[in-house]
Design a protein around this ligand. Sequence first.
Ligand SMILES: *Cc1c(COP(=O)(O)O)cnc(C)c1O
Length: 406
Amino acid sequence: MDHALEKSLTAGWHKMATTLVQGGRAAVEEGGTLVNLPVERGSTVLFPSIEAMNRQDGRSHAHKAVYGAMGNPTQHELEQFIAVLEGGSHTQIVNSGLSACTTPLLAFLGQGDHLLLPDSVYGPTRRFAETMLRRLGVQTSYYPPMASRDVVEGFLQSNTRIVFAESPGSHTFEVQDVPMLADVAHQAGALCFLDNTWGFGIFQPFEHGVDVSIQALSKYPSGHADVIMGSITVNDAAHWKVLRDASIQLGQCASPDDCWLVLRGLRTIGVRMAHQSQNAYALAVWLKTRSEVERVLHPAFEDCPGHDFWKRDFQGANGLFGVQLKADISVQAAETMLDGLRHFGIGASWGGYESLVLPTTGHIRRSAEAGPTAPTFRVHVGLESLEDLKIDLSRGLDSLAYHAAE
Ligand SMILES: *Cc1c(COP(=O)(O)O)cnc(C)c1O
């Protein structure tokens, strides 16, 4: 792989390497300090006096709160670490990535408000808008993820409170012009939210004008397919107050064991990602040479919608991309092929150390040139040998016995 390309896939991870090792750790004490923070469990916190308890109660984000539901010390260490990595001032850990989407929407929206979601948004976020938010009197519109400024502005209403972005989009991988969307939001007196799960470590949300950054920590930060967790990060004291109050009212917190696992996962995310992003890119380039493949949706490819925004704003890639097969291959044949793979598990998530495939037919429908029936699937590249993965996919594609129509 040529040096410039390798750099564009991994620069963010190399830049962050030292912080990933040194962040979120305790200062070394005279009497000796363990390298890793201990897990601190607990619900009830005891105080020597009522006065001492009341003093503690006034601190909104203290290391010791008056009750475990306000978060535990392990959670607060992780929160500070995520805030540093995302470039924000404060982070709230919540119990899932989906909660990281829904909690700030509940915190910042009220009856009569209008929400703008990209059409490529994570499915459960859309469902939340269509059900709970609608019931609470919030109206939602969907803008095309690649819409120009004029088109996005055309969706604004006097009551638009949030312009939401997700870049690249779930399943369809459109990279959005986040600085433009943030500017449109701010000109209209609204906020810009970003689901930055794909961009963890390689897209600095607050440098691009975002107000609220959302992470599914269940993905690469945990990295081992064993934790469900999310984070919400802001960069403004007033936003923090709204978010923190809502999180407490909703009872949002996370288990210290899970927080500890994510702290551990972050130690190795840099080397995992440098490896996974390079292997994913190599596999994507190879897939593109196959006659069965119509298109590969990877932000580092020139034909990916928003590739220029990726080049401008991102400092790397990760191990997730989409594949669209030729339209005359049946969905049934494509699924039989995926079922037969040996090294790729069939699974809905991504970000672990293991390779996965997931059928996504129908999701690509929103991108202009693909028909709704073209078979598509998503690939997540883990830490296995690239050769093994290639042989596996090669065998699978051969089994389609595909010959392009004359
Ligand atoms: C996975 C994911 C979520 C949800 O995270 P969970 O921890 O699985 O609830 C939200 N947004 C995006 C973009 C995701 O990929």
